[in-house]
Design a binder for this molecule. Structure first.
Ligand SMILES: C[S@@+](CC[C@H](N)C(=O)[O-])C[C@H]1O[C@@H](n2cnc3c(N)ncnc32)[C@H](O)[C@@H]1O
Length: 246
């Protein structure tokens, strides 16, 4: 998959491809991440990318001309990508949007700055994506978040089983995790995890996952489609709660 980022701060976003599984995926040729500097497409000698807003008011607006120049170059060179504009006004990013974006061969993410971009640039945009109901100073952090979360759904970037067990995959939160040592300051790893009984381990993990979701995110719990393991896990949770109540 090819992901391109258009920004006025290329050094800011470059780190997204330099660490962890994303950098490994780039090295292995599973992901291609390219960063473009919008200033390179500004025609004047000062490489201006912003201007005063028509109608007055505070702040500056990103000029349309460098974007038009950029898309002329980009579409001719690489073909038309699926274009995402980072914007607090967009659809709020979640797992299902990330999965959908990961199915595109070619994604281009635009980072806004100032008061935002000239509205006429919207003719190039397929989807506006927000990373939450707050306003950041620029689209670079949202672009990096989008690259990171989308990458996890690109086959081969992370172990598919691990993605399936992560929070939100099936409207459930992840179960608790433990590693060595078995005991630290009198706190023990639950016995079932060292029993070697895989079926029991899976049931315990599902029970804990359901419990966490019920307590922390009842909205997700209500959406979850319960399968046979869930039913057994809920029965086990119910027994546990009854035993605690005695
Ligand atoms: C200061 S913001 C502009 C906010 C704009 N005036 C508004 O109120 O809708 C500058 C840029 O940061 C990015 N941005 C800010 N908050 C964001 C969010 N929650 N999600 C995604 N992008 C965001 C967008 O690219 C935006 O164009």
């Amino acid at each position: 998959m090819r992901i391109s980022i258009l920004t006025i701060f290329p050094d800011f976003v470059r780190v997204v491809k330099e660490y962890g599984v994303v950098s490994q995926a780039v090295e292995n040729g599973i992901l291609e991440i390219e960063i473009f500097n919008l200033r390179d497409f500004a025609k004047d000698k000062h490489k201006t990318v912003d201007d005063y807003p028509y109608g007055g008011g505070p702040g500056m607006v990103m000029k349309p001309a460098p974007f038009f120049e950029f898309f002329k170059f980009y579409n001719e060179t690489y073909g038309k990508p699926y274009v995402v504009l980072t914007s607090p006004q967009g659809d709020v990013l979640n797992n299902s949007i990330a999965r959908e974006l990961a199915s595109k061969d070619h994604l281009l993410i635009i980072c806004g700055r100032y008061e935002g971009i000239d509205e006429r640039v919207m003719k190039f945009v397929d989807r506006e994506i927000s990373i939450g109901d707050y306003v950041l100073t620029g689209g670079e952090l949202p672009a990096m978040v989008i690259v990171d979360v989308v990458s996890r759904f690109v086959p081969g970037v992370v172990d598919e089983e691990s993605v399936k067990n992560d929070s939100f995959y099936n409207d459930l939160l992840d179960h608790p995790h433990y590693t060595r040592p078995r005991v630290i300051e009198d706190m023990r790893v639950p016995e079932v995890l060292i029993s070697g009984n895989h079926e029991e381990v899976e049931l315990w993990r599902r029970k804990e996952s359901l419990k966490k979701t019920m307590l922390k995110r009842p909205d997700l719990f209500m959406k979850h489609q319960f399968d046979e393991i869930d039913k057994r896990a809920l029965l086990s949770l119910f027994r546990e709660l009854m035993a605690d109540a005695k």
